[in-house]
Design a binder for this molecule. Sequence first.
Ligand code: KG4
Ligand code: ZN
Length: 344
Amino acid sequence: MYILGIETSCDETAASVIKADAKGSLRVLSNIIASQIEIHRQYGGVVPEVAAREHVLNILPVIHSALKEAKISAKDLTAIGITKGPGLITSLITGLETARALSYAWQKPLVEVNHIAGHIYANFIQSENPIKFPAVILTVSGGHTILLRMSQTGKIKILGETLDDAAGEAYDKAARMLGLGYPGGPIVSKRAKLYKQRKSDPQISLPRPMISSPDLNFSFSGLKTALLYKLQQDKDWKKRINQYCYEFQQAIIDTLIAKTIKAAKNNQAKTVMLTGGVSANTELREQMLKAVNDKLPQTAFLVPNREYTTDNAAMIATAALYLYRRQKTTTFKKLKVNASLQLQ
Ligand code: KG4
Ligand code: ZN
């Protein structure tokens, strides 16, 4: 069966076709993304109105390319998976209304997908062995930082989440303070990698908020403020940008790892999964893998290929496939966007 996935929740217009067979094998036949990063960079962040206009221009060509690259036509499709929320309402509407129109015109069922669930299913794309449950999953993106438990495919319980800023948002805000541009994650991590410790370096230490709290929640807003105060007190901070990036990134990574390992232990997890835009980060991927191997040697660790970490439609098509198999479809008449859709 062939599933078309469509994703427009923020600033990427994306469409993908996946092929799945009854034995459970899954192949991504196309994964097209029209990124708006260059357009939003000049404003230092995503401007919703600009994003919506770009989606309108890109959506049909992107879907057309996804079908063409997959070498299939609309009649071959089994279903269309579409992001219903959460996200920017004006961005979501373009994708969702397009999916509704195509569903009507092509007479194909629709599957509504929660964007965060999409990130989670990014880990189901290339997993060669069946995933062992229970799994503890950390989703870290620009809008979300959520720890959850999946007891079997599709059955989830939220264990903890950020009480304020998401991890990706913290990277983006730190990058803005340091004058590094948008999006912050890739630039801050690049600068952190360039940092080589010297004896003459001053001590810079930032807090690891909530790292020892008994719950599984996160908070990154205080970390950002702590960075701001440090910069205000250091008249030479521009000479030490790499060191600030290194310490800021390590503060985020330490917190994410501590809470994930704690959640995995509490839940006797057989698998730990990392996902979302921030999981593109090499240090986070490597340090989380090491922590799982050292502290939970019996537990498997999964992280998506980089192309499926930041927003894409292959993850939406994959989540739709699992929902379709459980007959969770809808019709074009019933489907509506929900900008603050909760994960269930
Ligand atoms: O998942 P995503 O594409 O969109 C949302 O659903 O939010 O995540 C985007 C976020 C941005 O905040 C960006 O700075 C962050 O992911 N990000 C990274 C890296 N690449 C993207 N953060 C840290 N390191 C990276 N390499
Ligand atoms: Zn996302």
